[in-house]
Design a protein around this ligand. Structure first.
Ligand code: ADP
Ligand code: MG
Length: 360
């Protein structure tokens, strides 16, 4: 288990990590999601003991490593392997590049001869030993870096933005590899990404980190559908955020006044409570105006004020008294004969709205 208790990290005057506490269980994939500069790499370097905290305590398997002597630090560091975001330019053969971590650990020659091909096979690069590392693609290079890390049989694998700068096919390979490694060896995987969708695909739990502070820790479902505050919601792509007041609540089905409009949502909060509402853009559905009624509790008519094509989807801004952002497939967009400036019926379920009490 990896534990941070009130960890602070300063670089010079700058407080880069602010009062950070979390614990990562053995055998889980734990992901830090945050924008660039939020402190992800700093956290991974602290776990890997490449940095010491300015204050607070870090413990690994119950041992407080922040105060350890150098000799004892090495023993614990050897349980871990880190793959850096920008692996240093590779020289020599693929074999040499994988072997280097083992050489550092004084592993014997025979053992190295056995472990390198084993690690390469695991990452899908069987038979690549003699290739010049400099001739590999970005995705292959990243897999060599992972092979180097796993050849040392770590208990904890640290991956700093393992798929940044990779094409979608290589990204998928790396993601599958990470899941497979976790399942096969029951290792703890700690990774960072600025890609929220990757976090959702891979992680058992996610910590959203914003400006050196953890905004929320939870499963992807908790984070993506029940954000605790606006900063987390923004980070995970929730684009519909409204403030309102609960007007009435009948057995958990509440009417909430937002900008003169009534929205039905499920919440136990009583009438009079100021609230913030969150809704994902993909939870809004469209239908022809005056068309068939849907089963959704919330039905409105709105005007399309902006259309932004996004691959197979389109992102729409719609003014329905409140300004909504929605995502619709290009196919539905055409079938419904939508266009900029057109009026359209739209609906969303009461359960699609996440209601949070507004704090001052
Ligand atoms: P991320 O990995 O999320 O992009 P980092 O952890 O690399 O963020 O950096 C967080 C902040 O700390 C940034 O503002 C960065 O400039 C600063 N920082 C990181 N390492 C150092 C360092 N060695 N010296 C000074 N500032 C640093
Ligand atoms: Mg980084």
């Amino acid at each position: 288990m990896i534990e941070f208790e009130h960890v602070v990290k300063n670089f010079g005057e700058k407080e880069v990590l602010k009062d950070t506490s979390f614990s990562i269980q053995n055998g889980e994939i734990f992901t830090f999601i945050g924008p660039s500069g939020s402190g992800k790499t700093t956290i991974l370097r602290l776990i890997d003991m490449l940095e010491r905290p300015t204050s607070g305590a870090i413990s690994i398997d119950g041992i407080n490593v922040s105060t350890l002597k150098d000799r004892d630090r090495i023993t614990i560091r050897r349980k871990m392997s880190m793959v850096f975001q920008k692996p240093s330019p590779l020289r020599g053969s693929v074999f040499d590049n994988v072997a280097i971590g083992l050489v550092f650990r004084n592993i014997g020659r025979d053992e190295i001869q056995a472990r390198v091909p084993e690690a390469l096979e695991l990452v899908g690069l069987k038979g690549y030993e003699e290739r010049k590392a400099g001739t590999l693609s970005g995705g292959e290079m990243q897999r060599v870096a992972i092979a180097r890390a796993i050849s040392t049989k770590p208990d904890i694998l640290l991956l700093d933005e393992p798929t940044a700068n990779l094409d979608p096919a290589s990204t998928e390979k790396i993601e599958n590899l990470i899941s497979a490694l976790k399942k096969r060896f029951e290792i703890t995987v700690v990774l960072s990404t600025h890609d929220m969708v990757q976090g959702q695909r891979l992680a058992d739990r996610i910590a959203v980190i914003i400006d050196g502070r953890i905004g929320q820790i939870g499963t992807s479902k908790e984070i993506f559908y029940h954000p605790m505050n606006r900063a987390v919601a923004n980070m995970v792509g929730i684009e519909n955020i409204f403030e309102g007041v609960v007007a009435k609540n009948e057995g958990g089905l509440a009417s909430i006044e937002v900008n003169g409009i009534s929205i039905v949502a499920t919440t136990p909060l009583p009438a009079g409570t100021p609230v913030v509402l969150y809704m994902r853009p993909e939870d809004i559905t469209f239908h022809v105006k005056d068309g068939v009624k849907s089963s959704a509790r919330n039905e409105f008519t709105g005007t399309i004020t902006k259309v932004l094509p996004m691959g197979p989807n389109a992102r729409l801004k719609v003014n329905a008294g409140i300004k909504l952002t929605a995502v619709i497939t290009q196919r539905s967009y055409e079938e419904l004969d939508l266009a900029l400036g057109k009026d359209i019926g739209l609906a969303f379920k009461a359960s699609a709205i996440h209601v949070v009490e507004k704090t001052a």
